[in-house]
Write a protein that binds this ligand. Sequence first.
Ligand code: 5GP
Length: 121
Amino acid sequence: MSETIFTKIINKEIPADILYEDELALAFSDINPQAPIHFLVIPKKPIVTINDIAPEDKAIVGHLYWVAAQIAKEKGFAEDGYRAVMNCNENGGQTVYHIHLHVLAGKPLGWPPYQERLKAK
Ligand code: 5GP
C-alpha cells in the first residue's frame, strides 16, 4: 500500500483541521484553499487514483459524496451549491496519490476549468 501525506493525517501523525471522521472516511480543510470554503473528503483506504477504484471500493467512493453533502448541509452551503471534484493523474492536476474529493464552495465557481486556466495565462 502506498503511503502519502494523507496517511499521516489519517493516523494523526500530522495535524489537520478535521471536519468529519468515521470508520471509512475523513474530511479536513485543504491547506491551500482555492475557494472561500475548500475541504477534502478522503477514504481511509489508500486508493491511489480513480483508475485504481476496485469493485469492492464502489460503496466507499459513494460514501465520500454522502459525507460531502452532510458537511455542506451542516455548514449551510448545500442550497447555494458547491463543487465536489476528484482529480486524476497529471492532466487532471492530481498531486497527492490517495484519492480525495475536493469540496469547493462559498462563491460562484467558474466553469469549465480548462477555459479558466487559459484565461489565467
Ligand atoms: P490534488 O492536487 O492532488 O487534486 O489535491 C491535493 C490537495 O491536497 C491540494 O489542494 C493541497 O492543497 C492539499 N494538501 C496537500 N498537502 C496537504 C496537507 O498536508 N494538509 C492539508 N490539509 N492539505 C494538503
